[in-house]
Design a protein around this ligand. Sequence first.
Ligand code: ZN
Length: 410
Amino acid sequence: MISWPQIHQPDIEVKLKPLILNDSKQGMVQVRNSRFFSMYVCGITPYDATHLGHAATYIAFDLINRYLKLEHTSVHFVENITDIDDPLFERASRDSIDWKTLAQSQISLFTEDMCALKILPPDDFVRVTDSINLVIEFIKMLQRKGYVYEISGDFYFASSDFLSDLPIPQAEAVEIFAQRGGDPPREGKDHPLDPVLWLKNKDQEPGWESPFGFGRPGWHVECTAIALDFLDRNEEDYVIDLQGGGNDLLFPHHFMSAQLIKAATGRDFAKFYIHTGLVGYEGEKMSKSKGNLEFVSRLIKQGVDPVVIRWALIRDHYQSYREWNVGLLQNSVSEVDLIRKALAKSEVCPVDELIEEIISALSNNLQTQVVTDLIIAWARNSLAGDDSTSFKNDSGKLSRALDSLLGLVF
Ligand code: ZN
């Protein structure tokens, strides 16, 4: 399975508290209740990898993965690549390049960025183009249950029975659905919020043979089919533990993929839904349409140390709206420099209590803004050297803990 090289996570002896996360439906919840944990994180559409919003999201789920692994939980982490999607085809056509070439180049860039940012690779990194059969089987399952209908060669999911827990008012949902790949006003639809499952082939678009004709899958059904196949454990009533992504996926993507699983199996998509906040740029929302995306690869090319990028992106809480700007970058460069100087000293302030406090803050919904403040305070005190009674030669212990818990290699 394509992925990126394994990243070493040092094993450290620490006492961990149960991990509590802020679930989008239930609020604060303890997320692990067995030795096995399954996690599905929605991946990129490979045409603009990897902007800082992507990076921030994958770092947040990496912190969760690292924490659970340190608890000796067996984590099964699946991430998809949406390499069949309108924006990918539109970009390829605009730039007059083959969509497969564009997708491959962006996937390579993404995996290089993930490595540089020390993100532990998924156990399964799954391309939609490698999962067409899974999608077809899943649509057939929905068809057997009577939830599929056709309009002029395109196949839709009949969602009416599953709209009772819409997270937003229906009129707003229809509006957002139209902006994010949906087609609410199409004539012949049973309900405006029905998502497409299989699209008939159009000129110059890729297509695959299927019982529904030559065509390609719709967006939401791709993740549903992949998650169900890769994470299912063949246990009755088994539900995967966590589905995650940026909070722009809450609706329609995560809502609709959950509807599809409910209709096909009667089960929920996941026990927990965890969403990350978006990253803004210089006071504006970072977006493709505004053309104000900042990329990990561009920053690295400009000479920015990847540890500085990772540090900057955990300086605020993962579920808050965060801002990327020159000031944050400059401050992060100085802070990383300060921490490096402190770690290089032969005598530093004690680290055991600091590590305990870091764990405590992480266990409480990944309070990385608290964690980073604690590390800076420790570094300042260690460099000031004004408390000679408490100095110990254990910066190596702290370095290992920061690497293992936070993926920060100074
Ligand atoms: Zn997805």
